[in-house]
Design a protein around this ligand. Sequence first.
Ligand SMILES: *Cc1c(COP(=O)(O)O)cnc(C)c1O
Length: 388
Amino acid sequence: MNDLSYILNELGEDREQYFRAISPPIMQTSNFAFKKVEDLRKVFEDEFSTYLYSRGLNPTVDILRQKLAALDEAEDCLVFNSGASAIFASVFSNVQSGDHIVSVRNPYTWAQRMFDNILPRFGISTTYVDGTHIENFERAILPNTRIIYLESPNSWDFALQDLRAVADLARAEDIITICDNSYCTPLYQKPVVMGIDMVLQSATKYIGGHSDVVAGVLTGTRQMMKKIFDNELLNMGNGITPFNAWLLIRGLRTLPVRLERISGTTAKVVDYLKKHPQVEEVIFPFDPSFPQYELAREQMAGACGLFTIVMKAEKMQQIVTFCESLRHILMAVSWGGHESLAIPRCASIKPEHFDAGNRVHKMIRFYVGLEDPDYLIADFEQAFAKSR
Ligand SMILES: *Cc1c(COP(=O)(O)O)cnc(C)c1O
């Protein structure tokens, strides 16, 4: 049974084993004892088979793994102590010296830093492409291309890739596809079903949902997850802790209602901002003005929370004043929690380089949390008034 309610409330939970407690125990142990040498021998041969030591498998983490694999409709899942760790392990496990990677341009910061700063030390090069056209991938593929790295939608400009088309292209060339699905979560997009080999997401965002845990999810075939577990996960020791796994299980219980609430509020806030005279443009995949609106509707079941505006501004100070005047919407990185957030692009630009003619410099990314729409709109309203 793969019903969403079943996955979130029951799958992986054997309550008979722990006093019929509703909430699963946090199995806070580093190791597990054995009665037979033969059993030890078995687990030494294959640590992915049973509990030996919590750097590897742990029962609380296993409950979470089963739920997350089922949500993605993937065979198996690994959970890491950050999304960045999931990115690193998925890529590193599948390349060797001399290999080439094709990545969508402007991927998540730490994916890009891995491609630019770490992998070149091992003789692995990366070509970035504009992922909005499949021909760009076709042109970038070389005989030594091993991985196509995707992020759809991108978490700043929301550019999409046609996941089915890229998956078909990669399969034909024997190239592994990896997609960062943090924006959509498995509830709103299932890249595995579209033919993508591995899907990752930062569970810090919507799965955790309360801004209190950093974690990452990777799903794919059992064989691929075993390969990454046996090598990168056990060697780097970057698996999630039992307590953080428990927090994510708790987060999953309410994921559908939180996303539904956030979607409704986001629609109202986007509508308000589109009409605002101090806003040049609102970039949101489910807005009909979005250049890839049709593809978004086709491959995503929802869009929520995260969107970007281009603010009308002649000076950087107007953007600074606006952001610093927000009273309830907090200025912070990340997203997916209960609290609404703002992050101006100009924070990563030296003030003397600010160019009012460059729309990217005037971007502010917002995340809509669980607050009332009117509460957020009133906050925007007073901050816009101060920045005129
Ligand atoms: C946050 C984020 C990550 C990294 O996840 P962490 O849990 O912060 O390590 C990866 N991709 C995207 C799109 C993100 O927003």
